[in-house]
Ligand binder design. Sequence first.
Ligand SMILES: Nc1ncnc2c1ncn2[C@@H]1O[C@H](COP(=O)(O)OP(=O)(O)OP(=O)(O)O)[C@@H](O)[C@H]1O
Ligand SMILES: [Mg+2]
Length: 336
Amino acid sequence: MIILGIESSCDETACAVMQDDTTLLSHVVDSQITIHRQYGGVVPEIASRRHIESIYPVVDAALKESSLSLADVDLLAVTAGPGLIGALLIGLNFTKAISLVKDIPFVGVDHMAGHLLSVFLGENKPEFPFVAIVASGGHSSLFYAKSYTEFELLGRTRDDAAGEAFDKVAKILGLPYPGGPEISLQAQNGDRDKIKFPRSWLEKGSFDFSFSGLKTSVANYVHKTEERTPEFLADVCASFQEAVVDVLSAKAVQAAQFKKCQQVVLAGGVAANPRLRDLLGKRCRSAGLNIAMPPLDYCTDNGAMICIAGYHQYRQNGPSSLDLDVYSRSPLIMQG
Ligand SMILES: Nc1ncnc2c1ncn2[C@@H]1O[C@H](COP(=O)(O)OP(=O)(O)OP(=O)(O)O)[C@@H](O)[C@H]1O
Ligand SMILES: [Mg+2]
């Protein structure tokens, strides 16, 4: 089965072509980062306009790169939510139009399911069931994945998502958007034990997260001092990053032990963070757990993860109908 996957939930217009869930034939991403950077974050209306301009060229480029045409495509998969409503509508309506005109079935998929399944794009593929931590710009969630289509929510963020915390702390430090890559770069030269920023563990046994207190603590620390040397910046970044990855990795290991499963998966944009990959890997190994992560290119938004989620959803539930609508919040996150 040839699947064409389209993603437009936030600030990336992306498309990929896959054969089944195993062979990636092409993968194109048009990132809007440089457009939104001047505003310090994503401006929804600008994002929608840019998706309108780039969706056709991106899909066309993905098809060309795969040496296939729409006549070869058996299934269209598209992100239906969660995300920015205006941005999602571009991808969904573009997909519906192709579906109607070319008579190709389509499925609307959940972006979080896409992130969670992006791990299957790597060499080291996990076996079900597994505990997955999805840490991205809008979410920090722990799931117990029973199959390609059954996910139980174990915990979620109560305020800022992990990626959002990176982005906001970067802003406080005068670093450009998106903050995650900038902070992890600065952190390489810093001392992660220099500043003891608070860890929010919440109630005993809770798999929820909270990062807004940490963000406020960094803001207070930075505003209390005039110092802005490269060493100061590097130490704040390293210490803040450590506070985030400490909680994320500890809770992921605890969740796997709680569910008595052997496998942990890390996904979402923050999964590109080298310190998180390193620390979670170490903690999993010392707890006797296997760890699997997507390749770096597939941590942030992409069409390939939408192909995989769409392929399995189609096999399980068949196609979506033309009256499918977009949604801003994920039913996967609202359960429980
Ligand atoms: N090296 C890194 N370290 C930490 N965070 C990172 C790194 N690289 C990217 N990020 C963060 O990942 C986020 C982007 O990831 P992603 O594209 O998955 O999020 P999103 O699609 O905006 O949100 P969601 O998937 O929740 O809708 C940003 O917040 C960014 O700062
Ligand atoms: Mg995302």
